[in-house]
Design a protein around this ligand. Structure first.
Ligand code: URA
Ligand code: URA
Length: 261
């Protein structure tokens, strides 16, 4: 059935297809069509205080592993499967009891790009896989437009269990679950992270900022570069955010190519 959603998606897909040809593969792009490095939103602080970048004797993985509470069994785990099995059988917060399925994460366990959302919705809760509903389909399309299959990247959420009625995660829920994500990061060792949505960005980076202030630049996360952009569900509600999202993911793709060259 036709719906606003279909219209918006068709429009976004059109836009993505349009710009997609330009950026990613084709080097001799007409200059006029080059994605605007212009479009300067009032520049927020370009990069976070690189307080951790300059510690030469500790790598990102060691620093992120150190965020996991010392008494957590996660500390000693050595594989994503082991962590997933533990998550599936462990109740850290009440949502872990009310969920239908844990939504641990999916994709390439050695991905160079990690995509982080907020929390499972109804479809994800049903299927036990992140980003499989409406917003998920849009995320898949956005990734596709910058040349990634879902199976190239790893996709996870801040929370592994669905909050009722898709309410925002509570801070104590984030605090209880984010060590799982820390563990996933140390096992996957991505070169780049894409946070979709404000909650994802603020929860990972540990700051309280608007999406607008976070997007458009790379943040330092213990030595890993992080882009934060709009959540695909937000794009379904507000088409004006498609353009900045598209700019962000183009930046992300270019940086990915540089880092993996
Ligand atoms: N929204 C999210 O943030 N994550 C999902 O997995 C699905 C929808
Ligand atoms: N506000 C949010 O919280 N998330 C978005 O993705 C966009 C606006």
């Amino acid at each position: 059935m036709p719906s606003d959603f279909d219209d918006i998606r068709a429009a976004l897909e059109h836009q993505l297809a349009l710009y997609g040809d330009l950026v990613l593969v084709d080097d001799d792009v007409p200059a006029a069509a080059e994605p605007a490095p212009v479009d300067p939103k009032p520049t927020p602080e370009p990069i976070d205080e690189p307080d951790s970048v300059s510690e030469p004797d500790s790598d990102p993985w060691a620093r992120i592993a150190a965020l996991i509470p010392a008494d957590s069994p996660l500390r000693d785990m050595t594989s994503l499967d082991e962590v997933a099995a533990w998550v599936a059988t462990t109740e850290l917060i009440e949502l872990d009891r009310t969920r239908k399925n844990p939504v641990f994460g999916v994709g390439n366990p050695e991905a160079d790009l990690l995509v982080i959302g907020e929390a499972p919705g109804a479809d994800e809760d049903e299927q036990g896989e992140p980003f499989v509903g409406r917003a998920g389909k849009l995320l898949t399309d956005i990734l596709d437009a910058i040349g990634f299959e879902r199976s190239d990247v790893y996709i996870a959420n801040i929370l592994k269990s669905r909050p009722p009625n898709n309410r925002d995660p509570f801070p104590d829920e984030v605090a209880a679950h984010i060590p799982i994500l820390h563990k996933q990061i140390t096992l996957i060792r991505p070169k780049l992270i894409l946070c979709v949505g404000r909650t994802s960005g603020t929860s990972l980076l540990g700051r309280d900022s608007s999406l607008k202030d976070m997007r458009g630049v790379f943040h330092d996360y213990h030595g890993i570069e992080v882009m934060v952009t709009y959540h695909p569900a937000a794009l379904l509600r507000n088409p004006n955010w498609k353009r900045p999202t598209w700019e962000d993911v183009q930046l992300l793709r270019r940086r990915y190519d540089e880092l993996t060259a």
